[in-house]
Design a protein around this ligand. Structure first.
Ligand SMILES: [Zn+2]
Length: 426
């Protein structure tokens, strides 16, 4: 018999559009169910109902939530699982660390994501080539706890561009080179490839407005990735790099700090097939001096131009929302000033700095991600995978509830309780 779990007496944030079939049988249910039940069969959600679901007693395990909140498991679209829990900024040291202890570091990060309510991560570049792929495999084999992983590979950059001389990137010169690099990574199992198409003010020799690669190269990368069912993501901070990525078929544009009219128009033209992942909390933390104890001085921040970038990004997210471009939560968590486990701070910034409603902010980590990764995830909805987060309190009233480990009751992944808070259920 299929495993059945009935979750009772829950507030359910479905993250489905009002009027869709997320609510119970009627086809016209609300996006939020104040008091409902949810039936899981196997790894999927079988029913979601306002009020009680009546089933034969004894045919399901019953978990009474006494009014706690259920929402879809969260997702982060810009993840570096390679960065250990104690990571500061030394990328080269992590890239050259002995493989065995490093793998354990990565496993600890995978567990941290899951325990933080994250059931899905999209890689944004690794420090050692197979970090994401091997971790994904270990999670799928049940060796270690962790989220669903769309694995990334080594970051790809152009000869002479940012990070090309670090020895920890794949360096390409032209479209043919790039196509080969994409193909090689996909052969190892990588499905989210990460390319640098702009600089980054934090490395002053490679300013954010720098443009790397060209249309021909990106089109080739997109085409090659397509053949594997993979997709291209780019580090693109300046508006020219965003416009180029949008018009060449790149799927995820990270940062997009500066946006001119042209970039917004190119994004609009691909509205159904492109996502932007800003990483706002990271910039916020940097310009707020949170990195200072680790040597990122006010002077270094000044030189990076991050202050201007931060203001531009806040404004840019407004432009993206107005244009109907889907935004994805995510962004370089894992430094000591944006520590692993604090991932949902990104949602707090969207509410506090950009003026999103808590629901809209939660959508960036849930329903916006499902179509990107091609999985039925990100909504509490019959037929979808049962990836859920259960918290005390109401994130629609206070978004920071999602950051509080003490309010996290449990995380369900594929219908199983993958994490249960030991402090809450001794
Ligand atoms: Zn990153």
């Amino acid at each position: 018999m299929t495993d059945r779990t009935l979750i009772r007496n829950a507030k359910i944030i479905t993250c489905s559009a009002p009027g869709t079939d997320s609510a119970p049988g009627t086809g016209t249910g609300p996006a939020v169910i104040a008091d409902g039940d949810l039936l899981i069969e196997g790894d999927r959600i079988a029913r979601v109902a306002a009020g009680r679901i009546e089933i034969d007693s004894g045919s399901a395990r019953v978990v009474d939530l006494h009014g706690a909140t259920v929402l879809p498991g969260l997702g982060d679209a810009h993840v570096h699982m390679s960065w250990p829990l104690d990571f500061v900024f030394d990328h080269v040291a992590v890239a050259n660390a002995p493989a065995a202890p490093h793998a354990l570091d990565v496993a600890a990060v995978a567990r941290t994501f899951l325990e933080s309510g994250y059931t899905l991560v999209v890689g944004a570049g690794v420090s050692q080539p197979l970090d994401d792929v091997r971790t994904r495999d270990a999670i799928e084999r049940g060796l270690i706890p962790g989220p669903r992983v769309v694995p990334s590979g080594t970051m790809i950059t152009e000869r002479g561009a940012i990070s090309a001389d670090t020895g920890m990137t794949t360096v390409v010169s032209d479209a043919r080179d790039l196509r080969e690099a994409v193909s090689r990574q996909c052969d190892t199992g990588v499905r989210a490839l990460k390319l640098f198409v702009s600089g980054d003010g934090i490395v002053p020799e490679y300013p954010s407005d720098d443009l790397y690669m060209n249309d021909e190269m990106l089109a080739a990368a997109v085409d090659e990735a397509d053949r594997y069912g993979a997709f291209i993501t780019v580090h693109a901070r300046g508006s020219d790099s965003v416009a180029m990525a949008a018009r060449t078929g790149v799927r995820v544009i990270h940062h997009a700090c500066f946006l001119d009219d042209k970039a917004v128009r190119e994004l609009e033209a691909r509205r159904d097939d492109v996502w932007v992942c800003p990483g706002l909390h990271y910039l916020y933390a940097m310009v707020s001096g949170h990195a200072e104890p680790w040597g990122v001085t006010a002077e270094k921040i000044e030189r990076s131009g991050y202050e201007r970038e931060f203001r531009a990004q806040v404004e840019g997210i407004g432009l993206l929302r107005a244009a109907g471009i889907r935004i994805l939560a995510g962004g370089d968590f894992g430094h000591q000033w944006t520590r692993h486990g604090t991932y949902a701070a990104e949602l707090q910034r969207y509410v506090e700095l950009v003026g999103m409603s808590p629901q809209e902010a939660i959508d960036t980590a849930t329903r916006n991600l499902g179509p990107l990764v091609g999985l039925d995830v990100g909504q509490v909805r019959a037929g979808h995978l049962a990836d859920l987060l259960i918290v005390d309190g109401d994130p629609l009233v206070d978004i920071t509830v999602l950051q509080d480990p003490d309010r996290r009751r449990a995380v369900v992944k594929g219908g199983e309780f993958a994490y249960v808070n030991p402090r809450m259920f001794p």
